[in-house]
Design a protein around this ligand. Structure first.
Ligand code: ZN
Length: 127
């Protein structure tokens, strides 16, 4: 049996134009997101290394194996509960770097409506 696998084409990282809107989002994001992430981490007993505000079209947030969390400035365009969901998702990656059952169980315990949040997030485009 031959299994055809479609290889994911790695696109060159697109350099995003900084507009007045994204500059404003960045300023807000720097004020708001690190504070909220620290609150959520303290509330649920997570420890991360650094948090950075990023501007890209590939993800809302990310977490590295070194415990560094990146948050997209576009999070400022989301309702607060979806913003929290993304941050909780990244915090859960501090314990589980994949999206396996242990990760899902942890996320569900912190954010019971995480599936609805994930669905709602698709309505928003990264700019
Ligand atoms: Zn993830």
């Amino acid at each position: 049996m031959i299994i055809w696998r479609i290889r994911r084409v790695r696109r060159p990282r697109r350099k995003l134009a900084e507009t007045e809107e994204t500059e404003a989002l960045r300023r807000e994001a720097r004020k708001v997101l690190p504070v909220r992430l620290a609150e959520l981490a303290a509330e649920h007993g997570f420890e991360y290394n650094q948090v950075r505000i990023k501007h890209n079209v590939s993800n809302w947030g990310s977490c590295s194996s070194k415990g560094n969390i990146n948050l997209n400035l576009n999070l400022m365009r989301l309702p607060e509960h979806l913003r929290d969901y993304v941050m909780l998702h990244e915090l859960c990656h501090l314990r589980h770097l994949d999206h396996g059952p242990a990760f899902q169980a942890l996320l569900a315990s912190l954010c019971p409506d995480h599936r609805e949040c994930r669905r709602a997030l698709r309505e928003y485009k990264l700019i």
